[in-house]
Design a protein around this ligand. Sequence first.
Ligand code: FE2
Length: 304
Amino acid sequence: MSDYVSTFSYQTAICHAPQFAPRAYKHFTVSPVTGAIGADVEGIDLTTASDEAIAELEQALTDHLALMIRDQTLEPEQQIAFARRLGNPFPWPYAKQMDGYPEITELIQEPRDKYAFGGTWHSDSCNFESPPKFTMLYCVECPSVGGDTGFSNQYLAWEALDADLKAELDGVRAVHSAELGYGTGSQDPEVLANATTTVQYSADQFNEALHPVARTHPVTGRKALYVNDSFTASFEGKTQAESLPLLKKLWAHSIIPEFTGRLRWKKGSLAIWDNRCCMHYAHSDYPGHRREMRRIVIAGERPE
Ligand SMILES: [Fe+2]
């Protein structure tokens, strides 16, 4: 398998990368934040939105991959009710869930914390056989600046790869490992000791899954690159050492600036993104400040 990814082909492909189609939305306004990914949404109340408005919101998510929906006031019950309109929320097994609300994970950073939860590029829970299709975060508290969430468009990442490399990788599967993401050695013990929200992982929760390197989105039919340096251990049938040279090139390729955008938080904003076609990254640039998010993940299908 070739381990060479041409930087020249990036430039050529990026110049011709398809952007989102401009679309008029009826129930809210959508303001894209970059040409590649992400949009702010204003003018919708998630507690009272009609079925037609929710369907249109899903269309906006399909168009922009990650949305920041502004000006919400959501009690846990209301966030769960909204999540249920998009699919089936499920308890995430690697952290203590919110008291009384098994669907919600509280992601809290206190001013003293040295650990940014989610501070790597990844697609959520890709170590599951059927990873969640959507993740949503509701902002209870955040610093006035800092703590953005970054996103990277993995349709564009796949489409921009050299044609020969795409041909080689199409149909190849990769191992995604919880041990790699959460196990011994994945975090600095001293940093973890100063963390409010941590992953509760033990070897008996070990699981891993085999997924296509290029997965096909069930709604759009487009292929998206689906490897990341948090969980992807190796290509199927190859050792980690054999796999790493090409994996490292794919990881670097998957987050080049032209594929990325970042969404800025405010109290009362709710972000939702599609794990099947984007990766995300929690920016840790707010030492000394408090940040509190409520997260729900929505069940997805087995990647194909
Ligand atoms: Fe995440």
